[in-house]
Design a protein around this ligand. Structure first.
Ligand SMILES: N[C@@H](CCC(=O)N[C@@H](CS)C(=O)NCC(=O)O)C(=O)O
Length: 212
């Protein structure tokens, strides 16, 4: 099938974000489950993502990795879902801004903090995210500005940035600030989020039952 959508994922991974995005666009897709210890590092999957990481998405013969890129790609490939401002629209500014902010500074700041690394003050200038505190404050202001990050409507930026916030709060890697909690409450009640969660949670339950 030339235009088949295939999600390569593990239910306990960032693939949950890509699945949420797929559920938002309401297009049929197939799921290929990968195991961390085996298939994710096997030659068949390394040919798709040489990083041996999930998620990856195949759309016909096009392959895309990096969760933020997958969300942005799907929003553009299926414009009828209205999950991105059209190219050239001024709303592309906040759309790109917060998507890239989350994939770069937020991701790096959260990972480094989780590993116990704090940027020495004299090196803040050369570190793209400056400090963890500055990143959290910028994110707080961004999500506290309105209901959504881009204009007045939900977009792929909310799927990606919201996931960083929601999963970050769940794993304790970011603070549970009021603005974060309110924003996540708005997003996590979306039917597409609930469908994606149900699908991934059911796979986890099946895997646990099979391992018993
Ligand atoms: N930059 C990638 C990160 C993907 C990533 O690190 N995925 C993890 C799971 S959340 C993974 O596949 N880890 C397996 C491994 O590295 O062996 C993205 O945004 O999609």
């Amino acid at each position: 099938m030339a235009d088949e959508l295939v999600l390569y994922t593990n239910p306990q991974s960032r693939g949950r974000i890509a699945r949420w995005m797929l559920e938002e666009i309401e297009q049929p897709y197939r799921t290929e489950l990968l195991d961390y210890a085996s298939t994710m590092k096997g030659p068949a999957y390394l040919a798709i993502n040489p990083m041996g990481k999930v998620p990856a998405l195949r759309h016909g013969d096009a392959v895309i990795t990096e969760t933020a890129a997958i969300c942005a790609y799907l929003a553009d490939a299926f414009p009828q879902a209205k999950l991105a401002p059209p190219p050239g629209d001024r709303l592309r500014a906040p759309y790109y801004r917060w998507m890239f902010f989350a994939a770069g500074p937020v991701e790096a700041a959260i990972s480094n903090k989780a590993l116990g690394f704090a940027v020495p003050p004299e090196r803040e200038r050369m570190i793209g995210y400056g400090t963890f505190a500055k990143v959290m404050d910028a994110l707080d202001a961004a999500v506290g500005r309105g209901n959504f990050l881009v204009g007045d409507s939900f977009s792929a930026a909310d799927v990606y940035v919201g996931s960083a916030i929601g999963f970050g709060m769940m794993f304790g890697t970011i603070e549970n600030r009021p603005a974060f909690g309110q924003y996540w409450q708005r997003l996590s009640t979306r039917p597409a989020f609930a469908r994606a969660k149900e699908l991934d949670d059911a796979i986890i339950a099946q895997q646990k039952a099979a391992a018993r």
